[in-house]
Write a new protein. Structure first.
Length: 132
């Protein structure tokens, strides 16, 4: 990837994260998103997704779906193949894709998830302070 592609990807990632946070962001999602980058680094993307789905709260489900939409549909460079039926949520399809992925594709998706989570956290904190 050249410098232009890298900058373009960063801009697209930032736009995606800003649009997600600036929309209908659930209460307490800021608190949950703050811990997700560390959780992904220590437990991996698959376990983090499974945990978010298990929690079954509005903010956890939304965060998991945001990751699913970015990694499977909206990111310009996608390392995972989308699997599962269309009726599944983006988070469920991402979990399935992670389970079935080759190691290199999974690790690339995990790195991209970390990048987008950091962007979500940045914009969520900035917009939260603006509202106070």
């Amino acid at each position: 990837m050249n410098k232009w592609d890298d900058n373009h990807l960063k801009r697209l990632r930032a736009q995606f994260a800003y649009d997600e946070v600036n929309g209908n962001w659930p209460n307490n999602a800021l608190q949950r998103v703050k811990g997700l980058p560390v959780q992904v680094r220590t437990q991996g993307l698959t376990v983090t997704l499974a945990t978010l789905l298990r929690e079954d709260t509005v903010q956890s489900r939304r965060l998991a779906d945001v990751l699913g939409r970015w990694l499977l549909k909206d990111a310009p460079h996608r390392s995972l193949d989308e699997t599962g039926p269309e009726k599944w949520s983006p988070a469920r399809r991402l979990l399935d894709a992670c389970i079935k992925a080759e190691r290199s594709a999974y690790l690339a998706a995990q790195v991209e998830a970390l990048f987008v989570l950091e962007q979500l956290k940045l914009f969520a904190e900035a917009l939260d302070k603006e509202e106070k």
